[in-house]
Design a protein around this ligand. Structure first.
Ligand code: NAD
Ligand code: DAU
Length: 343
């Protein structure tokens, strides 16, 4: 089997590369990534030592580069993780989100259509379902919940999903889509809630919680997401959409307080800041389809996952310290304003 993993130098893509090399030692894997601010080739260093893995730098919306790659490699499975993934950045500058997340998906699907393969898998998100109210804990996203995107990011992911299903119906491309809840774990870029808060707490800096901190996310340890995708691409029925999540809802404030307790840092580090524009209230996945059809269940609970994640950030300071120096400082100042003395 030969796999194409796009977005391989990002958070989930790199974790999926490691997972697949380990689970399928006979597979050949090509990682393709444009190495944007979110892509880090250093992350893939251990994979580079494996002769079954090869990295190619390129943009999924660059038709010539993608078509050359498909012609040369003749992939069996294509898994598209590549995306602009951060909601706050999409609010600042939507254009690149449409280019990568929509046009990039179209280019990959066109290449798949021309050169063939066993399966095209689109890694999507629960954000395409919009949000749920805070006052109805019995409401969940199912695969038939209508698409209602709130941010330019989620709109671009929703557009890509519609395109993937349209290519399936029109051109009979063998596709699957997965829509996962919030991931956390090793190699997550420290602009996202959990690694941002770990990195800042370790430096005794203020922790910017948006609005009241009552918004709810449904957290899943990244390895559980990788295992779910692996099961879908091998055993999931073509043309189907699978939600992925582990019934692990927490308010943002609960997440931050848990982190502070585990790090033995004071709650006084918490600072409430202006809310995100259009901030989704609550995400909560109903994972009964993937459980009943593929037998998938998460294996890492939140407390265990948080401990593993914190240990990873403690043991890999060099990885994230490099990232938060330099250009990222400018991003932080722009996004969070100049109101903090310790920025
Ligand atoms: P990430 O931002 O950490 O990584 C994205 C990767 O894509 C980076 O390596 C980046 O360099 C690469 N990339 C960006 N634009 C590209 C382009 N034009 N061509 C090629 N490569 C490009 O994102 P992530 O958190 O690992 O998310 C991966 C996928 O999973 C995304 O599609 C995202 O929508 C989806 N997802 C993420 C989460 C989450 O909680 N992080 C949850 C559900 C779904
Ligand atoms: O649900 C899946 C989605 O999860 C993925 O599709 C996205 O790619 C991924 O980025 C993530 O989106 P969120 O917007 O939920 O994640 P983020 O880590 O940015 O924020 C989580 C929550 O924490 C959200 O309610 C906003 C809040 N937050 C975030 C940051 C960065 C804060 O309160 N303060 C912050 O500084």
């Amino acid at each position: 089997m030969k796999l194409l993993i796009t977005g391989a130098a990002g958070f989930i893509g790199s974790n999926f590369v490691f997972y697949s090399l380990d689970k399928h030692p006979d597979y050949k894997i090509v990682g393709y990534d444009a190495l944007t601010y979110a892509g880090n080739l250093e992350t893939l260093k251990p994979a580079m030592e494996n002769s079954n893995f090869k990295f190619v730098k390129g943009d999924i919306s660059d038709r010539e580069s993608v078509f050359d790659l498909f012609e040369k490699e003749q992939f069996d499975l294509v898994i598209n993780f590549a995306a602009e993934s951060h909601v706050d950045r999409s609010i600042e500058d939507p254009g690149v989100f449409l280019q990568t997340n929509v046009i990039g998906t179209q280019v990959l699907m066109d290449a798949f259509r021309k050169f063939g393969g066993i399966r095209y898998h689109q890694v999507s998100t629960d954000e395409v379902y919009g949000d749920l109210p805070l006052d109805n804990p019995h409401a969940f996203f199912t695969e038939t919940t209508p698409i209602t995107a709130s941010s330019p990011y989620s709109a671009s992911k929703a557009a890509a999903d519609l395109l993937v299903m349209a290519y399936h119906r029109t051109y009979q491309i063998p596709v699957t889509i997965s829509r996962c809840s919030n991931n956390y774990g090793p190699y997550q870029f420290p602009e996202k809630l959990i690694p941002l808060m770990i990195a800042r707490a370790l430096e005794d800096k203020s922790l910017p919680v948006y609005g009241t901190g009552e918004n709810v996310r449904d957290w899943l340890y990244v390895e559980d997401h990788c295992r779910a995708i692996d099961q879908i691409i091998h055993n999931g029925e073509v043309g189907e959409i699978f939600n992925i999540g582990g019934h692990n809802e927490r308010t943002n404030l609960e997440v931050v307080k848990t982190l502070l307790n585990l790090l033995n840092k004071p709650q006084s580090l918490i600072h409430f800041v202006a809310d995100r524009k259009g901030h989704d209230l609550r995400y909560a996945i109903d994972p009964s389809k993937i459980h009943s059809e593929l037998g998938w269940l998460p294996t890492t609970n939140f407390e265990e996952g948080m401990k593993k994640t914190i240990n990873w950030y403690l043991e890999n300071r060099e990885w994230w310290e490099k990232i938060i120096s330099g250009e990222y400082q400018e991003y932080y100042k722009k996004m969070y304003g100049g109101g903090y003395a310790d920025l």
